[in-house]
Design a protein around this ligand. Structure first.
Ligand SMILES: Cc1cc2nc3c(=O)[nH]c(=O)nc-3n(C[C@H](O)[C@H](O)[C@H](O)COP(=O)(O)O)c2cc1C
Length: 170
């Protein structure tokens, strides 16, 4: 027998999602937002989407710049994820506050985060209004990875929990 849940409860039981810093804006307006609503939307061409609430400063910047970087952390970067996920670029410069360095992108104008081991540069292609978050879907136009980065050493988040990916089962 299975317990019947509300939709709200049901989605909480989904497994944890990769959690990243989305970079948008450039120069003094460069900003970072922590996002766990991140997924691959197409493999060919390579498209990544991120669900962003209209309440976020990053929402306005994504509309303005139509470019973003997906900065994937290693598991030592939890404080940076928590910090950029609990403060707004309307009030502070998050690069300065969290001692992160802007890494110039090769193909797009908005910067990535030097300290983060995987950076995907994306051009915004589509915006989809779903509900309280809108999906910004971008084409990956460049990717850079630190030599020692392992996917198992990243951070996942959902339902109030941060985790590392679990055991390899096949
Ligand atoms: C672990 C974590 C995951 C988050 N995921 C998202 C997300 O996927 N989409 C979103 O809009 N906000 C998400 N947030 C909230 C934003 O990161 C937060 O509201 C941030 O302060 C917005 O920054 P901004 O105003 O500079 O854009 C998340 C926060 C945390 C801590």
């Amino acid at each position: 027998m299975k317990e019947r849940l509300s939709a709200k409860e049901g989605i909480k039981y989904l497994p944890h999602f990769p959690t990243v810093l989305i970079g948008t804006g450039k120069g003094k307006k460069a900003n970072l937002i922590t996002a766990a609503m991140v997924h691959v939307f197409s493999i060919e061409p390579e498209m990544i989407g991120t669900g962003i609430s209209p309440k976020r400063h990053s929402f306005e910047l994504l509309d303005e710049y139509e470019e973003f970087t997906v900065n994937v952390p290693d598991s030592s970067m939890l404080e940076e994820l928590k910090g950029c996920g609990s403060s707004s670029g309307r009030d502070i410069d998050k690069f300065e506050r969290f001692e992160l360095t802007k890494e110039k992108s090769d193909v797009i104008e908005v910067p990535g985060v030097k300290e983060f081991p995987l950076i995907l540069e994306c051009n915004l292609e589509k915006k989809v209004k779903t509900g309280d978050h809108h999906w910004f879907v971008g084409k990956v136009v460049n990717a850079k990875k630190a030599e020692n980065f392992e996917r198992s050493e990243t951070i996942l988040y959902w339902g109030g929990e941060f985790r590392k990916p679990g055991d390899l089962i096949e």
